[in-house]
Each structure stands twice: as C-alpha cells, then as structure tokens.
Design a protein around this ligand. Structure first.
Ligand SMILES: *[C@@H]1O[C@H](CO)[C@@H](O)[C@H](O)[C@H]1NC(C)=O
Length: 141
C-alpha cells in the first residue's frame, strides 16, 4: 500500500510538472533574442533568471516579508506588477498566472517594463549574485 502511494505520488508529480518548462541556458538566450532583448544586457538577464527561477517558467516563490509572492521565470512580484486573480491588473496588466506559462511573451514584456523603471536593481537575484560578478558564459549560444 505504501509503495502504491509512493508510485501514485511520483506519477502525479510528473504530470503536474508537464506544463512547466526549464530552459537551457542557450534556449533562454535564443528566446530573449527573439523578444529583442539587447545583446549588451543578455548575460545579466541570463544571470538574473538563473538565480531567480533556475530558468523555470512555472515557479512561485515563497511569501516575501510583506506577504507578496514572486512569479515565473523572472520572479515578478504580485504586490506591484501582476494581479494574483483571474483579472489582469496592476502595472503590467496581467494575471500572475500569465507570468508562469511556457509562452514567456507576457513575462518578457513585464520584465522590460520593470527594467525601464528600476533597472536590474529591481531583482535581488541580480544584486546579490550578478552585480559586479562574473556573468554566465553565453559565447556558445
Ligand atoms: C485584481 O483582481 C480582482 C478580482 O479578484 C479585482 O477586483 C481587482 O480590481 C484587480 N486588481 C487590479 C489592480 O486590477
């Protein structure tokens, strides 16, 4: 019985993950190039995404101190940028679920808006792990 439960859990976990996507480093670079992210910022974006979400599209972060949460590839905050209901809203005019889909178009647009307002300083993942540090090698991408 325990074994059956364990197998069920593994199978369920597999299917729940089906929707999720983990980009390879070069896959991410290609996708960001397609969205016209400038080449001069590319390694910073890759570094940011790797530290914020591990390049996974479906991630919801643990609650922040103010109770807000961070969503998707860029770990975008629902206090300011997305509405955590089924009605698109806040500054990016999206639902937070739309920032966690495999199609990263909306997440990329929202991340650009955040960047225009605050630069990379909007992301602790970038401040703590990328700013002034060696950036990921994308020369093979
Ligand atoms: C977010 O969604 C709720 C419905 O759950 C809606 O009442 C609210 O106006 C929306 N907020 C924004 C900022 O659009």
């Amino acid at each position: 019985m325990k074994l059956l439960l364990a197998i069920t859990a593994v199978v369920a976990a597999y299917y729940l993950q089906c929707e999720a996507k983990t980009f390879t480093r070069c896959g991410l670079v290609q996708e960001l190039r397609r969205k016209n992210y400038p080449e001069s910022e590319m390694r910073d974006w890759v570094c940011l995404v790797e530290h914020e979400s591990g390049r996974r599209t479906d991630i919801i972060g643990p609650p922040n101190r103010d109770g807000s949460r961070d969503h998707g590839l860029f770990q975008i905050n629902d206090h300011l940028w997305c509405n955590d209901s089924n009605i698109p809203g806040k500054d990016c005019h999206v639902t937070c679920a739309e920032l966690r889909t495999d199609d990263i178009t909306k997440a990329c647009t929202c991340a650009r808006l955040i960047f225009r307002r605050q630069g990379f300083y909007a992301w602790y993942g970038w401040i703590n792990h990328c700013k002034g540090k060696p950036l990921p090698d994308i020369s093979m991408c």
